[in-house]
Design a protein around this ligand. Structure first.
Ligand SMILES: Cc1cc2nc3c(=O)[nH]c(=O)nc-3n(C[C@H](O)[C@H](O)[C@H](O)COP(=O)(O)OP(=O)(O)OC[C@H]3O[C@@H](n4cnc5c(N)ncnc54)[C@H](O)[C@@H]3O)c2cc1C
Length: 413
């Protein structure tokens, strides 16, 4: 039988999930990874820890140094895929090579979204914060007396602020939204986290945006100005779809796939941040730029490319993140009846709708958050568990004996 040719564009969570999925079923097929970034696979969320010096290039690897060898992968790193020809089943690279495939995974991730802003072209020290190279460039530009302005109070902007903490003269974060982390937290939780971050010396300017940049200062929509030396643009990200779209792939809010991660192009799959997912908690199709989601989608694609597998239909927003030692775990959506408890820096919100837990936010005490995540993911009806018991103390004890045994992997008697 002819050896299958697997080709993967991307070298991050979705791509690695795909390799590991393929190798569960096909030990001999030829697997090639093409990645624009010239680095070994690394954990993207750790770039802020690289910036702060809490990790280094070795420790932030997403897989061991011998991963490509062990999994029989040919890595083409530092190479960009320029075009995809679905009729010929080939991709063209920036060095003039054409690579054939039987099965292709597009795992191109996200690109930073930078809205048009007057005067931005003339700002010399401006950065985005999405990659290891971005972190290196920023580290080289910031000095102990730099005034850093970060536009965007979402996860990436705040992670950047944390990474620069103690290394810059001042840190100011400006955002059009009235609260920080608007896609992750509700208002109450956001206020608590904001206060915690302010205590670390970060200044927030919310409900305001930069109208224009001129003479080393941002002129804000309320008429005030913020002088800065270094500007970080962390307004948001968009799925990186252009390569596949130009080849005829269907695109909604990201590349559209079925539950096996197949696109509408024969033999072409897509996974990770470049796709749109079906969020089981809101019923919406939307990009879910999350590492575990990217890995699971990639694995699903890999298994199916190799001739087997099962559908992936449990996507939902999920975050486990910390800022200056304050832990946050959240998942799902927040429309429904809410139970809220707030004590100091501890916050707990559980949201129920249609007899199901639909979402939660935990701040501070995040122990056993996985129990809530499992309740959402497994669509466990609330009236089948002791919900009162787990509102404050999540634990398996709230489940029926049968469900407890199932979750613990015990065979029922
Ligand atoms: C600062 C920061 C903090 C984050 N924190 C969290 C967190 O706490 N929790 C969480 O779940 N997620 C977090 N994320 C998001 C997480 O990193 C992403 O969801 C995840 O990396 C997506 O993986 P991916 O494989 O889809 O794409 P990406 O990681 O974006 O990788 C895309 C890959 O495609 C390659 N590529 C793109 N275009 C081409 C091309 N044309 N040719 C060749 N190669 C190409 C790139 O080189 C790269 O290897 C964070 C992200 C950032 C930036």
């Amino acid at each position: 039988m002819k050896t299958k040719q697997y080709l993967i564009i991307g070298n991050s969570a979705a791509a690695i999930g795909c390799v590991e999925g393929i190798r569960q079923l096909d030990k001999t097929g030829a697997v090639t990874i093409v990645s624009r970034e010239a680095h070994h696979t690394y954990s993207r969320p750790l770039i802020s820890y690289l910036l702060s010096g809490k990790t280094d290039r070795q420790r932030m690897r997403y897989r061991d140094a011998d991963f490509y060898e062990t999994y029989g992968v040919a890595p083409l790193l530092g190479r960009t895929a320029l075009s995809l020809d679905p009729a010929q089943k080939t991709i063209a690279l920036d060095d003039g090579q054409t690579l054939p495939y039987d099965k292709l995974l597009v795992a191109t991730g996200s690109v930073p979204f930078v809205p048009p802003m007057e005067g931005l072209d003339l700002v010399s020290k401006k950065f985005t914060f999405l990659s290891l190279d971005d972190a290196d460039a920023l580290a080289a530009a910031v000095t102990a007396d730099s005034r850093v302005l970060i536009v965007g109070a979402g996860l990436i902007g705040l992670k950047c602020a944390e990474g620069l903490s103690g290394q810059a003269g001042s840190l100011t974060v400006v955002d059009l939204a009235p609260q920080i982390l608007p896609s992750v937290l509700d208002e109450g939780a956001a206020a608590l986290v904001q206060a915690h971050i302010e205590r670390q010396g970060v200044r927030f300017l919310l409900s305001i945006s930069a109208a224009r940049f001129e003479n080393g200062a941002a002129h804000l929509t309320d008429g005030s100005t913020v002088p800065f030396d270094v500007l970080v643009l962390a307004v948001g990200v968009r799925p990186s779809v252009s390569l596949a779209r130009e080849a005829g792939a269907a695109v909604g809010r990201g590349l559209i796939t079925d539950e096996y991660m197949r696109t509408n192009l024969p033999g072409v799959y897509a996974a990770g941040d470049c796709t749109e997912s079906f969020d089981i908690t809101s019923g919406e199709r939307k990009p879910l730029a999350l590492l575990p989601n990217a890995y699971l989608q990639g694995e699903t694609a890999g298994l199916h490319m190799a001739g087997g597998g099962k559908p992936f239909c449990t996507a939902m927003p999920m975050n486990a993140v910390g800022f200056w030692g304050l832990h946050i775990v959240s998942a799902g959506s927040y429309a429904g009846d809410a139970y809220i408890k707030c004590e100091g820096e501890h916050y707990r919100k559980l949201v129920c709708r249609d007899n199901l837990l639909q979402g939660f936010i935990l701040i501070g005490d995040v122990l056993r958050a996985g129990i809530y995540t499992a309740l959402i993911r497994d669509r466990v009806p609330i009236d089948t568990i002791d919900f009162e018991l787990i509102k404050d103390k999540p634990g398996l004890i709230a489940f029926s004996r049968r469900d407890r045994q199932k979750k613990l992997g015990v065979k029922p008697a």
